[in-house]
Design a binder for this molecule. Sequence first.
Ligand SMILES: OC[C@H]1O[C@](O)(CO)[C@@H](O)[C@@H]1O
Length: 304
Amino acid sequence: MFKNKNIRFLSFGEVLFDVFENEKRIGGAPLNIALRINSLGFPVAVISAVGDDNNGNLILDHLRQKKVNTSAIKVLQNYPTGKVIVSLDDNGVADYTIAQPVAWDFISLNKTAVSLAVASDVIIYGSLASRNEVSKASLLSMLAQSNAFKVFDVNLRPPHYTMETIQKLLQFSNMVKFNEEELLEISQVLGSVSDGIEQNIRFIKEKTGIQTICVTMGGAGAMLFYKDRLYSNPGYQIEVVDTVGAGDSFLGALLCSLLSDKEPQKALDFASAIGCYVTGSMGAIPEIDLNDIKTIMNSSKNKT
Ligand SMILES: OC[C@H]1O[C@](O)(CO)[C@@H](O)[C@@H]1O
């Protein structure tokens, strides 16, 4: 399905357990993205930290079993593995209560992490891990040292960010992913007077110089600005179970497709179908059968 599976991905940031009403599941945007990339057959490593506890062991065991490179996930004695309480509203839309301080607030860069960063083709990072100065300093130092293609998954989780940090993280990125609300909030802070998605995509490009921009819009689909052209997907229909991790899987799938030279429209359609599948399943990283994705892509809403 992909011509070039040699792209080496690296994901930096929170690894944790999402705690739902009746169960807990592995999560954290950087981890969800890494696992989606891994499920599509690409090599991926994660830089993070867990506590010396059962949750930490479960995360490490799962990643090792999937053959994700865990050599830069440190086990810390003084802090527990991250945990997030997820509450779902009647529409399956998630609200997150994110425990603090936890191990991933204290990600340090050791030699292994730096060599991974230098050897990677693509680095993915979000904003949440920068809520703590330790992880933030490691991220900024890593970004400064690597020539990889850098992808900023904005992922605003109030109250865990400041606009100053978001702007700093934007400065390093070659590609950025927003959801609709994030695009509006950040565009306004940067001085946009429009509330249009397309206008704000172009505004961000002019203001920051970032050439590749994607925006997810929930049930209304997604847009991709790539090589000076705008592509859009109107979304696919699905019975929503929960929205947790849909954007993460979308981004993982989009990167695999786009960077292995699939046509941008096809890459966007594929990523949108994967995101849609995730909203129709429980938790952030359900196993995906590519035949189900094909069925979604052939579904009527998307046909013109
Ligand atoms: O990373 C913060 C939170 O965001 C998610 O990745 C969903 O996008 C959850 O799995 C996690 O709890």
